[in-house]
Design a protein around this ligand. Structure first.
Ligand code: RB5
Length: 156
């Protein structure tokens, strides 16, 4: 899929509203089809519900990729990975962001607003969005993750 045709969702908790807005505006300006889910709205929802909501929408196919931001990026990564079929990874550097897509085929990237600044965050999401899964040697590894995920989710 042409990366500019991807549907992207973004959301954040109260620790990362400003960075979410920066990234949203940046990607809109680059022509991406991005929507701010704004799950918390005035409700003051916490990161687990916010991340879960976005990940469920990746699972259902409403969006191709998702960006989740909280204070550290850790909680968002943990909750997104609890949704079957969704792979999420925390990235605070460009190399990891590229590998997250090229090697791990993850639909969701998470970042921490208390860890990195807006300029680095922009470069990181750009690197991730322009990267595609490379297949080859990574394919059996990702397939194994999906098989183990299935085993784990269906065992209980
Ligand atoms: C603040 O609620 C903080 O716990 C959250 O933003 C995130 O860093 C959790 O992983």
């Amino acid at each position: 899929m042409s990366n500019q045709k991807m549907k992207i969702a973004i959301d954040a908790d109260d620790a990362a509203i400003d960075l979410k807005r920066v990234i949203f505006t940046h990607l809109k300006g680059r022509g991406y089809d991005i929507e701010d889910l704004d799950f918390a709205g005035d409700k003051g929802a916490l990161y687990p519900e916010i991340g879960f909501n976005l990940a469920k929408q990746i699972q259902s196919g409403s969006y191709d990729r998702g960006i989740l931001i909280c204070g550290t990026g850790l909680g968002m990564s943990m909750i997104a990975n609890k949704v079957k079929g969704v792979f999420a990874g925390l990235c605070h550097d460009v190399f990891s962001a590229e590998r997250l897509q090229k090697s791990n085929d993850a639909q969701v990237i998470t970042m921490g607003s208390r860890v990195i600044g807006p300029e680095l965050a922009k470069v990181i999401v750009d690197a991730w969005l322009r990267s595609e899964f490379q297949q080859g040697g990574s394919t059996p590894k990702v397939e194994q993750m999906r098989a183990l995920e299935k085993e784990s989710f269906e065992a209980h």
